[in-house]
Structure formats: structure tokens, C-alpha cells
Write a protein that binds this ligand. Structure first.
Ligand code: E4P
Length: 223
């Protein structure tokens, strides 16, 4: 399963990219609103220069012409831009038009397998069901991932399922087991995946035992 970072923070992207585990980046207007002193275009160009995987740039217009205008602009910023379009009737039309122009899209705000199926048929390359927001309203977000992955597999559809709105490491494991092609994670979840209490405790113990052994060798050498 490919792992994307769900952020517009350049430092976070540099960090995870340096670990060698970063396959792409997703941004959205909320994530961009946390960045100070840069335009969205500047942020996107910086991200695309750091990581060559898909970088999602979200349109905010709700009419087709507005979506097309914003999306065409983003697509010119870098070769690895995927235009992120929210699921809606106009969104479907815009994704269909982008497909005809060879512009890749990521359909966002998907909350059912049927929405994912429609987005795939309209030409979206990436289908983003939001698992955390479904869990928040007492639904089982991962069910949408399971259903959509099965539909994509049975019907040999080219689009990839991108598990979004990930809140914790268990979501990542479950998405991988469900066959999701991609999951996009906040920086914090990447960090949580690295750590385990027994790993961290083990590192401290090995270091301390090493120091003890070195001290004993130094004492013996002194005679
Ligand atoms: C995905 O592309 C979205 O940016 C993101 O995963 C939304 O997550 P949230 O529900 O934590 O805002």
C-alpha cells in the first residue's frame, strides 16, 4: 500500500520523504489555511519539488467552469499534480472533462461505495473515502474501503482507492488489510507508526548496557 502525507507543512514532508517511505501528498483548503506567508501555488510547487509522487491540489469552485479553471491552473504547476475535486454532480462533470484533457484527478469527500463507483466512471484516478469522519458519526468508515476495493477489483476498474481522514495507526493497518491501494496520513500518524513502547524501551536498555560494558572494559584496561 502506498503511503501519502496529508499535510501542507513543508518540514513534515521533508522529514517523511527522508525516511524513504513517502509516495505522495494530499492537501486541502483546511490544511493550507494553517500555512502562513505563502500562496497555495508556492506551497504546491515546493511539495512537488520534494516528492515526485502524486500531489493533490483541491479546487474550491462549485461550478464546472470554475473547477476547470482552477484545475487547469494547478495542472500547469507541476507534472505530478492531481486535481482534487469534491464529489458532486458538477464535480463528476469536471472530472470527466479533466480526463478528456489528460489531467489526473482525486475525487474527495467520498462517503459511500456508490459515490466511489461514480467517481471512477467519471474518470477519477484516485477515490478518497473519508474513514475518520464516518467513524465520528458512529458509522464504520472502513466498510466503505472494503466495499469499494471489492468493486474496483471485481470490475477491473483502473482507479485506486485512497483511504483518507485517517486518525490513528489502526486505520492504516485495516486499510492495508482491506486492500486499499493508498492511505493518506497526518504526520502524527506516521510518527505513531514508527514507535512502539517496547522498541523505545529496548533502545534505552541497549544503550545503557553498552555503556556499562564499555566502562567495564575501560576499568579492566587500567588494571
Ligand atoms: C484527504 O485527502 C483529506 O485531506 C483528509 O484526509 C481529510 O481528513 P480529516 O477528516 O482529518 O480532515
Amino acid at each position: 500500500m502506498k503511503l501519502f502525507l496529508d499535510t501542507a507543512e513543508i518540514d513534515e514532508i521533508r522529514t517523511v520523504n527522508a525516511w524513504g517511505v513517502l509516495d505522495g501528498v494530499t492537501t486541502n483548503p483546511t490544511l493550507f489555511s494553517k500555512i502562513k506567508g505563502k500562496t497555495y501555488d508556492e506551497v504546491l510547487q515546493e511539495i512537488c519539488a520534494i516528492n515526485k509522487g502524486p500531489v493533490s491540489a483541491e479546487v474550491v469552485a462549485d461550478d464546472v467552469d470554475g473547477m476547470l479553471k482552477e484545475g487547469r491552473h494547478f495542472a500547469k504547476l507541476a507534472d505530478n499534480i492531481y486535481v482534487k475535486v469534491a464529489m458532486s454532480e458538477n464535480g463528476l462533470e469536471a472530472m470527466n472533462r479533466f480526463r478528456a484533457e489528460g489531467i489526473k484527478t482525486n475525487c474527495t469527500l467520498i462517503f459511500s461505495a456508490n459515490q466511489g463507483l461514480l467517481a471512477a466512471k467519471a474518470g477519477a484516478s484516485l477515490l478518497s473515502p473519508f474513514v475518520g469522519r464516518l467513524d465520528d458519526i458512529n458509522e464504520e468508515g472502513m466498510n466503505v474501503i472494503r466495499e469499494l476495493v471489492e468493486i474496483i477489483t471485481i470490475h477491473e476498474i483502473e482507479a485506486e482507492v485512497l483511504t483518507a481522514s485517517v486518525r490513528h495507526p489502526r486505520h492504516v493497518t485495516d486499510a492495508a488489510l482491506a486492500g486499499s491501494h493508498i492511505a493518506t496520513l497526518p504526520f502524527k500518524v506516521f510518527q505513531q507508526m514508527v514507535h512502539h513502547p517496547l522498541t523505545d524501551k529496548g533502545i534505552v536498555q541497549f544503550k545503557s548496557d553498552w555503556e556499562t560494558a564499555r566502562a567495564a572494559i575501560a576499568a579492566n584496561a587500567k588494571g
